[in-house]
Design a protein around this ligand. Structure first.
Ligand code: GLU
Length: 291
């Protein structure tokens, strides 16, 4: 553990009611900060329309208050920061690591099927790089004609710039960052001018986050985040990807599993103490209690 003050964060996307998996992440972030006399921040990751439902945000605050989970400082709301993310995209464009991509989702799936490639387990379909080969003149022409496009990170260029940096996971040890295996990810879309990968990196740096705690479903994404930090020269937090909550058959509890939402547990008569105690047991069982 570093000796600088710990700053952790809980960063939910309120696209539905908070469920027990969210709370495990929240409790882990809070606990890590408390154990080291640090601060735990709250960030609302609401860059897409699904996560911009005022009723869900209200419910989230209610749930957190009911549980007695408190956060430090001001809440950062991503949907208010598109100008900040836009400026970072400009910087990345100037560095020559972004290119416009005009492919539709259906086209990408067809291209991948033709190549016999299956989707990646946690990061979904990996773009085969079709538009990376467009000439600058052609790309300009299509954009000038108003063709809808996303902005993708050219991972090969990124790799050339950053070399082979590392990042550290408290549970899995030091990792070598190999971003190119994850394909050229989207950093901005026409309808949503910034993506999760971009915003999370920018905000973790801006908020001075020293420890990123989150579920292991985001472990692979950390390679991408480390790569973006490298290109932008941002500090690299320590990571901790905790195990996910599973049901009795070992199946991951999905957010859509409404039966495990905090609101439904409240309605079923669970007390905040009961919920907190079972989360603490889950954290202990996942081996991260003592770090
Ligand atoms: N917003 C993400 C989620 O709710 C978490 C992102 C992160 O912790 O980096 O799943």
């Amino acid at each position: 553990m570093r000796s600088c003050p710990v700053i952790s964060r809980f960063a939910p996307s309120p696209s539905g009611p908070l469920h027990v998996g969210h709370l495990l992440a929240a409790l882990q972030a809070r606990r890590l900060a408390d154990a080291h006399g640090g601060r735990c921040l709250l960030r609302v990751e609401d860059i897409d329309a699904r996560a911009q439902q005022p009723a869900m945000l209200e419910l989230m605050y209610e749930d957190l208050a009911w549980l007695g989970l408190q956060f430090d400082g001001e809440v950062l709301v991503q949907s208010r920061r598109f100008a900040v993310y836009g400026a970072v995209l400009d910087k990345l464009r100037a560095l020559g690591v972004l290119y416009p991509c005009f492919c539709t989702r259906t086209e990408i799936k067809a291209q991948l099927a033709e190549m016999g490639r299956a989707p990646h387990a946690t990061l979904g379909y990996q773009y085969p790089g079709t538009c990376r080969h467009l000439s600058a003149a052609e790309a300009e022409e299509r954009m000038a004609a108003g063709a809808p496009h996303a902005w993708r990170l050219n991972m090969q260029r990124v790799q050339d710039i950053i070399g082979c940096p590392q990042w550290h996971d408290l549970l899995r040890g030091t990792q070598r960052c190999v971003p190119s295996v994850f394909g050229d990810v989207v950093l901005a879309r026409k309808e949503f001018p910034a993506s999760y990968h971009l915003c999370v990196v920018v905000d973790d740096a801006e908020q001075g986050v020293t420890h990123v705690t989150r579920g292991e479903d985001l472990f692979d994404a950390t390679h991408i985040h480390r790569a973006i930090q490298g290109v932008l020269g941002l500090p690299v937090p320590t990571y901790c990807h905790h195990g996910l909550l599973r049901d009795n058959e070992g199946k991951r509890l999905a957010k859509r599993d409404g039966a495990r939402s905090l609101a439904s547990l409240r309605a079923a008569g669970y007390t905040p103490q009961m919920v907190m105690e079972s989360l603490q047991v889950a954290l202990r069982n996942s081996g991260i209690w003592n770090i």
